[in-house]
Design a protein around this ligand. Structure first.
Ligand code: CA2
Length: 148
């Protein structure tokens, strides 16, 4: 069975350690455990990087090896045309995930480039949004199998 990829961008390794009023108290290790639990027997590749090049290389790997993708690109959401180009090549469902509701925040957080390629966007559910995203991605993959 092909894995689902869950990719996380810059500074998300600090989750649960700084700015709990925005991002909550859950650590990324706890989020990973929730995602594995929610995915049941579907294999999960869960990763975090502070590097744009690494994130793009992992998107390429997910294109070749993965069935679906959940991505929290953090600041690269708003800045990276290279990430946008890579995501356009993903053949399956892509869920863009944000812990905070980016649309309620300052205007520099409003124009997501990633949303222009994503199948769906989840924002503002806190770290629990990852669990919701895994359930939604598995649903999209199941629907695609029925349609195929
Ligand atoms: O809400 C989200 O998930 C974001 O993707 C988080 C990004 C921000 O640039 C996006 O606009 C929304 C920032 C990630 C920073 O992560 C931290 C985690 C803990 C403490 C400090 C920063």
């Amino acid at each position: 069975m092909k894995p689902i990829y869950i990719l996380n961008g810059p500074n998300l390794n600090r989750l649960g350690k700084r700015e709990p009023e925005i991002y909550g108290k859950t650590t990324l290790a706890e989020v990973e455990a929730w995602c594995r639990e929610a995915a049941k027997n579907t294999p999960v590749e869960f990763r975090q990087t502070n590097s744009e090049a690494q994130l793009i290389d992992w998107v390429h790997e997910a294109i070749d090896e993965g069935s679906g993708l959940i991505i929290n690109p953090a600041a690269f959401t708003f800045t990276s045309l290279a990430l946008f180009d890579a995501l356009k090549m993903f053949p399956g469902p892509v869920i863009e995930l944000h812990i905070s509701n980016i649309h309620r925040r300052e205007s520099l957080y409003h124009n997501s480039l990633v949303s222009k390629t994503a199948t769906a966007v989840i924002a503002g559910l806190g770290a629990k949004g990852y669990r919701v995203a895994v359930g939604a991605l598995l649903g999209l993959l199941a629907d695609a199998k029925i349609a195929a």
